[in-house]
Write a protein that binds this ligand. Structure first.
Ligand SMILES: [Mn+2]
Length: 455
């Protein structure tokens, strides 16, 4: 285990904040060690990728392996960097009954960390709540699983070493509506306080409002660092105190695009916590705009697509990318011929698969706002113009968007079992961007039908 260098506490920049009261005598008694740790969340081990399995079994199999590999790579970073500990902020498993492979991969990772002298602190989330967490995994050596006592305070404290205390609470059930963050309180005399929680911070759209809290709740707890899970994209919500979502380790669909990984947090003093990103996902989703000019031919466009997919980054080796292209630009005719000619699409897919880091073609579509004729139609006084304007206006109005999505959901549920619907169709209002795009697309398709109509 790494040794600690004792530093005197830094100046208290929160001194003006009435919510954080630190007695100076206690401050002098505590010390602030220099330490490093890994913050990871939303690993979703054992994710079945069953939807993808139906459309592209090869890709689904690659993703199933990638979640496990991302986990192993995260463990590797922790060992290689000789970190002091690892915190996991929930949704380690995708489901309450993880597959045997998922459990083995998890156990082996914890064991590897244990043998390297690195303890793991785990706070469970909505996908892997405590009530269903496998018994065999609760007491692994080196694993500290936070409890979810239904008592007045659910927060558990773990002393890591002198002066460092890690606070956490697990989800008892998959649905937790209470504000857990508000129950966290820094104890007197603690040098560094780390909070670990799966939670939804208000203002972040597109996520189920589990264990909801505000940024002020988090700041008011007195934690020096908040390691959060639930939101799958990496976000630093605040730098002092450091409040961050490390994001998922492996993107699972096109809305989880870009590099994914874990954070290496370094604490050099009470106000000197920084987070460095380590990209560990072996497969990356990417959405590209594919520009098309009047002078381009189909093969020019295919070459541009290849160039966009020719990734090289500082991250660990990528096994593949999955690319979505949206054709943008003036040449509508060329754009249409690229997307509707099966041979062109086949050739594009073939070329992408032959890149040094092969790319899978997710889809290629023409941007729905590409047509100047459609833009003109939007200004039209007639019914279609009104419909297009309505689609855009409603898309920008959260209340009307929620109302519309409820009507659509009600209708949809009459025909489709709820379990077959992707997550973002299940909860009203929590995925407004998806509904907004659907609405715009619906307007554009209708408008295009009107333009194509030849009586
Ligand atoms: Mn998650």
């Amino acid at each position: 285990m790494a040794s600690f260098r004792c530093l005197l506490p830094q100046d208290d920049r929160n001194a003006g904040d009435p919510r954080i009261v630190i007695d100076q005598s206690e401050r002098e008694a505590s010390f602030v060690p220099e330490l490093t740790f890994i913050h990871a969340a939303d690993v979703h081990l054992g994710r079945p990728f069953s939807g993808l399995d139906r459309s592209n079994p090869e890709l689904a199999a690659l993703f199933r392996k990638s979640s496990a590999e991302a986990w192993n790579r995260m463990v590797g970073v922790a060992v290689q960097r000789r970190v002091d500990f690892v915190v996991l902020a929930g949704d380690v498993f995708d489901g309450a009954h993880p597959s045997v492979r998922a459990r083995v991969v998890f156990r082996e990772g914890i064991e590897q960390l244990y043998h390297a002298g690195i303890p793991v602190f785990l706070a469970l989330g909505n996908h892997d709540p405590l009530e269903k967490f496998p018994d065999a995994l609760r007491k692994l050596p080196g694993l500290h699983l936070f409890a979810a006592d239904p008592g007045p305070s659910r927060v558990e404290r773990r002393d890591f070493t002198d002066g460092v205390r890690i606070y956490g609470a697990s989800f008892e059930r998959s649905v937790v509506k209470e504000n857990l963050a508000a129950q966290f309180n820094r104890d007197p005399g603690v040098g560094v306080a780390v909070g670990v929680l799966h939670a939804h911070v208000s203002g972040l759209e597109g996520h189920e409002p589990y264990a909801p809290c505000t940024l002020d709740d988090l700041r008011g707890s007195g934690m020096d660092i908040w390691c959060l899970g639930h939101v799958h994209s990496r976000r630093i919500l605040c730098e002092d105190p450091l409040i961050l979502y490390s994001g998922t380790l492996q993107g699972a669909h096109i809305r989880e695009g870009g590099p994914k990984g874990c954070s290496l947090v370094t604490v050099a003093g009470r106000h000197e916590a920084t987070a460095e990103f380590f990209s560990v996902a072996p497969v990356r989703w990417e959405s590209f705009d594919l520009p098309v000019r009047e002078v381009d031919t189909v093969d020019d466009v295919i070459r541009s697509a290849e160039e966009l997919c020719a990734m090289d980054g500082p991250e660990m080796s990528l096994h593949a990318t999955v690319a979505r292209f949206t054709v943008v630009g003036a040449s509508e005719h060329l754009a249409q011929s690229l997307t509707s000619d099966p041979e062109a699409v086949e050739l594009l897919a073939e070329r992408l698969s032959q890149l040094p880091v092969p790319a899978f073609l997710e889809s290629v579509t023409v941007a729905t706002d590409i047509s100047p004729a459609l833009e003109a139609l939007k200004r039209d006084e007639g019914l279609v113009g009104e419909l297009l304007r309505e689609c855009e206006d409603a898309g920008n109005d959260p209340l009307r968007l929620d109302e519309l999505s409820q009507i659509v959901l009600k209708e949809l549920r009459r025909h489709v079992s709820i379990s077959y619907l992707p997550d973002h169709y299940r909860v009203n209002g929590s995925h407004r961007d998806v509904w907004r795009n659907l609405l715009r697309e619906a307007g554009a398709v209708t408008g295009q039908m009107f333009l194509d109509w030849e009586p």
